[in-house]
Design a protein around this ligand. Structure first.
Ligand SMILES: Cc1ncc(COP(=O)(O)O)c(C=O)c1O
Length: 502
């Protein structure tokens, strides 16, 4: 038995010894997971949960090949990268082979935050500039340097939150953003906003070190930038002496199906200067990576400072990273992401025709978002409804999350072994819940889908729609929805008023 304590004792010890800002999912009735396999997690009573949210367990929870690789290497040796070891160079060779040629230099680190922090150092060292352009609602990590460039976090600190060297560009969201699907060229319009930010900053004597963005914004609400946006932004940022950092911590490693990396959705003519990786890279083992060009790496080295990282790139982590790459290939998980992702999106699109609560369905591969709205025309976020759905799904032993600035977007980012049957099961449950909700709230069912979002979407060069990040938000921003009594889930134990992320 993997339980040391009963659930109540575990909760009590957690309250006693773990920092109060470390949150759990479903705070008033948290789930205690004791084992997991593939796309399933099991609680202390043996109850099986379908996992639609854990993109860290990329190739499936407890994958035997990954475990074997880890054990085999741990039995032999684990040490730091100051000793020569073949795993390090072999992994760097395999990983960079998935990227465009100029991205050939790796720095191995231990978390997504460490990767983004190092990326900022590289960018600042490159031309000696300091300022950073980030997207609205972005999250890039928990260390101080990244809270500074994460509006998702610093906005919660009030007006003091944003530092002078940080510039926030609008999120390229064509459903809710400044330029929408009916705009003739949203990519250029959003990129022009970045250009204006650069011009304004320069007028004030500031210099841009970097533009950082997730290749598809996840916490920000499952946003896929319109095709051509990154190319134009990169042009303006380069002209200003800055570099382009693509944060692939959430969305990399084949999740989008057709490509290994999310930024590749923008087209072959776009290559970032730095790519940061994390979460899925080690299938749960804490490791991550920064990949950049030789030129940027040499500029970083020119400072004369050694870069040393005690755990980054150790033989065990590299063995695990290699095993993850092998499994993605061997089990054709990119193919599965295309097939199952398309099926899931298709099922959800059918739901959109039926349910007025669904404003938009966007997805690429196994990165899918369902934007719930109270009003199709106004696109008013249906925050409480989204929370209701995820709590009810939990009762059905399905783990899904809701995120985005309004916490109204149902996010799918399951392990890549997710199946068609899994997709059907979740969508059938969502259908039932939406029907019940619409009946209870008197919303009209069976109306047409939101024509604007469905028919004019032109998200990527593949003409596909979009995706997400990582926070597993289980609640919502203001307390009002907790007290609603309009057919929503009103169990006062069930809807906490703070969100959390993995
Ligand atoms: C897009 C993105 N970048 C970076 C991070 C930070 O990664 P970590 O939590 O491994 O430090 C996260 C974590 O949620 C993330 O979503």
């Amino acid at each position: 038995m993997s339980e040391l304590y009963c659930k109540a004792e575990t909760m009590e010890l957690r309250r006693k010894h773990i920092g109060p800002s470390c949150k759990v999912f479903f705070a008033k009735d948290p789930i205690k997971i004791v084992r997991a396999q593939g796309q399933y997690m099991y609680d202390e009573n043996g109850e099986k949960y379908l996992d639609c949210i854990n993109n860290v367990a990329h190739v499936g929870h407890s994958h035997p090949d990954v475990i074997k690789a880890a054990v085999k290497q741990m039995e032999l040796l684990n040490t730091n990268s100051r000793f020569l070891h073949d795993n390090l160079v072999q992994y760097a060779k395999r990983l960079t082979a998935t990227l465009p040629e100029k991205l050939s230099i790796c720095y191995f680190v231990n978390s997504g935050s460490e990767a983004n922090d190092l990326a900022l150092r590289l960018a600042r060292q490159y031309h000696g500039h300091q300022d950073v352009i980030t997207l609205d609602h972005a999250y890039h990590g928990h260390v101080s340097s990244l809270i500074d460039i994460s509006p998702y976090k610093f906005n919660q600190l009030g007006t003091e939150g944003k530092k002078e060297f940080v510039h926030v560009a609008p999120s390229p969201d064509i459903y809710r953003g400044k330029y929408r699907e009916d705009h003739p060229d949203p990519a250029s319009a959003y990129a022009d906003d970045v250009k204006k930010i650069i011009e304004e900053a320069e007028k004030n004597g500031r210099k841009i070190a970097a533009f950082i963005a997730e290749s598809m914004q996840s916490c920000g609400g499952q946003i896929i930038p319109p095709a051509g946006y990154f190319q134009k932004v990169a042009e303006y940022v380069h002209k200003a002496g800055g570099i382009f950092i693509a944060d692939e911590v959430q969305v990399g490693f084949g999740r989008v199906g057709k490509h290994f990396w999310g930024f590749q959705l923008q087209g072959k003519d776009f290559v970032p200067d730095i790519v940061t990786m994390g979460k899925p890279i080690g299938n749960g083992h804490p490791m991550s990576c920064v990949v950049t060009t030789r030129e940027i790496a040499e500029a970083f080295g020119a400072s004369g400072l050694e870069y040393f990282n005690t755990f980054g790139g150790n033989p065990v982590s590299c063995a695990i990273g290699l095993a993850v790459l092998d499994v993605i290939e061997k089990e054709d998980l990119q193919g599965n992401a295309i097939q199952v992702g398309n099926y899931l999106t298709e099922l959800l699109n059918k739901q959109q025709e039926k349910h007025p609560l669904i404003g938009d369905v966007r997805g690429i591969g196994l990165f899918v978002g369902v934007d719930l709205v109270k009003d199709q025309q106004k696109r008013t976020p249906a925050t409480a409804e989204a929370q209701h759905i995820i709590y009810k799904l939990k009762e059905q032993r399905i783990l899904l999350s809701a995120d985005g600035p309004h916490r109204n977007i149902l996010k799918f980012k399951p392990p890549m072994c997710f199946t068609m049957e899994d997709a059907k099961l979740v969508v059938d449950q969502i259908d039932e819940l939406l029907t019940a909700l619409e009946e209870a709230t008197g919303a009209r069912t069976g109306n047409g889908k939101s024509s604007t979002s469905q028919h004019k979407r032109k998200m990527t060069n593949e003409g596909n729609s979009q995706s997400d990040c990582i926070s597993e938000s289980i609640s919502h921003i203001n307390g009002t929805a907790c007290r609603q009594n309009n057919g929503l889930y009103t169990d006062n134990r069930a809807v906490p008023c703070k969100r959390i992320r993995t």
